[in-house]
Design a protein around this ligand. Sequence first.
Ligand SMILES: [Zn+2]
Length: 246
Amino acid sequence: MNGGSGVSGRTSGVFVSMLGLLLPRGCAGCDRPDETLCPSCRDLFDQVIALPFPAAVTGYAYAGAVYGGNVRRAILAWKDHGDEECDREFAQCIVALARRALPIEGVALDGALLVVPAPSSASSLAERGRRHLMPLARAVAAYYRSSGLDARVDPALRIAARVVDGKAVETAGADQRASRMGGRLTVRNRSLSRVAGRTVVIVDDIVTTGATMRACAVALETAGARVLAGLALAATPHYDSDSPAS
Ligand SMILES: [Zn+2]
């Protein structure tokens, strides 16, 4: 009996996977049929939440939604469960936020405006098999180019692995990203010359305490950049502009 149920468990797992290929998808936030992100879930991302971000020239990072409920579900489906069809939806969300919160038409910049995605750890990159923030960063850069700015994406930041006894140590879990990376978030060597003297907009998915945004700003400013603001899909209610960046 036991052996039989194990086989049937595996069989039903395969069957469910096949159904996933055959059936139309549901909304990433609420499962409503035939939608990637349904209009009511999409509306949840249409806010402009200004988060104090003193390291930035504008003094703010902006988020388009409060992280929780269907917003959380949709972001996690996209970010951690490979729902790449959401790239387009979330790119539209972050561009709508940029247009409303950070319209910088006609601003005279010294050189290009750089759109820099917050970095992922090597283990998160390996798990996802892609840099999920790149489609969002590209969309933001395209929006600013359409405003007449010379805007481009530079994945300038990295999280250096912690080395213990000669071995790289990685820990998974986005929520701990900020706390475990203190001092290890740096500008890549190859981006140093591109970042120096440039104006930068940072793009992230979820702002939790704000420590990641601040660590990004510190690394970029150390390399000579001027951080204009941060943009994120969503922010938790736990954001704290005074908490340390480690
Ligand atoms: Zn929905």
